[in-house]
Design a protein around this ligand. Sequence first.
Ligand code: ZN
Length: 99
Amino acid sequence: MAEIKKKFGSVKRYGARYGKRLKDKVADIERRSKKPSKCPYCRKLSAKRMAAGIWQCKKCGSKFAGAAYYLEEKVTAAKAEIEQKAVIFKSKKSAEEAE
Ligand SMILES: [Zn+2]
């Protein structure tokens, strides 16, 4: 039989407590928040999470506020939402002009 390797990562510290689903969620958040994110000032992958919502870039040294857990994804999600709204607005406007 093939050996199944399980990676507990950072949630190994919880031991047998709290259940698999919650631990999986925490592990995912911690994995994503601990890897370096793109700095909005120098655009290098060197921004690290200091605390909830506080980020610091190791390259340019700037300290700034951002999302609590991940920096990049929330920005892109917000951008996508704005772009989607713009498309809807444009299509509505062109429909009004056509009438
Ligand atoms: Zn920077």
